[in-house]
Design a binder for this molecule. Sequence first.
Ligand code: NAD
Ligand code: TYD
Length: 332
Amino acid sequence: MRLLVTGGAGFIGSHFVRKALAQGAEVVNLDLLTYAGGLDTMEDFLEHPNHRFVKGDIRDRDLVMELMKDVDSVVHFAAETHVDRSILEGGEFVLTDVYGTYVLLEAARRTGNIKRFLHISTDEVYGPIEEGSFREGDPLNPSSPYAASKAGADRLAFAFHRTYGLPVVIVRPSNNYGPYQHPEKAIPLFITNLLEGKKIPLYGTGENIREWVFVEDCVEGLWLLLQKAQVGGCYNLSSNFELSNLELAHKILEIMGMDEAWIEFVKDRPGHDIRYSVDSSRIRSLGWRPRVGFEAGLKKTVEWYKTHRDWWEKRKSGDFQQYYKKVYGGSL
Ligand code: NAD
Ligand code: TYD
């Protein structure tokens, strides 16, 4: 199997490349190394004989066309991914997430030799749900510029299947967590703030609910979909383990042996979705199950951030200070 993976220097993408190499696949890894990607995220597989890293932009048509010719499948992670950044300025989200996806789809269609195009969408495309869980056929109702851009990409991918017969598979995972996640995201931000002697900044009242899946479980599901998914199919991927952000903060504090004085309630995110929930029976019917329980996954994650200070400290310095000031109104 020869794969073009986009965004393989980022969080989920790097875990996926690790898995694909372990399974014997050849991987061409296209990543722009934005603030979210890093060579240090790929240290253990960068020089693997079946791994070729290409620093480049998914919006570069010539480059994408050239790389597409040598592969038989595409797994597309590359995106601007942080909701709070999309609220500050959405332009890059539209350009990368929507237009970048278009460039990849178009190149895949033109080469005519792509057997699977696995498009990584998100559960956020459905928008919030107060009770119950979304099924794959439910309408999309995204709230943030990030989610709206991802919804555009998701539907473009489907349009390329409908219109041109491109063998697209769409997957909509819920919130992932685990090692190598950028410290702008909730779980690593909370953990690393505590490790630095700073508080957990909880938006609003902390009542918003998210479903958490350990990144290695997610990657197992993606690998399965690459082999077994129905072409043109769409698959939710979630553990169905949900927590309010306040409950999440308490769990992290408990693991770290700290008390709730380390929680600080801060101004809410505009348009903050109250709850995400998706029904994953479709992918479960293919044999996927999450294997890592939340307590075990969270402990592993806390341990990883404790022992990889160099990795996250540099990501929280420099520009991150200005970003933090804009979102939270204070400095780190
Ligand atoms: P991430 O932000 O950690 O990594 C994104 C990667 O894409 C980075 O390595 C970055 O350098 C690269 N990239 C950005 N713009 C690029 C461009 N124009 N050309 C080439 N590379 C570019 O993201 P993540 O959390 O690993 O998410 C991966 C995918 O999964 C995204 O599509 C995201 O929408 C989706 N997703 C993530 C989650 C989650 O909880 N993290 C949940 C559901 C879906
Ligand atoms: P996040 O990791 O940004 O993922 P998403 O918004 O894509 O679900 O945030 C997860 C939840 O945590 C979300 O409800 C927002 C909340 N949150 C905070 O309360 N404080 C923070 O500092 C951050 C980054 C997130």
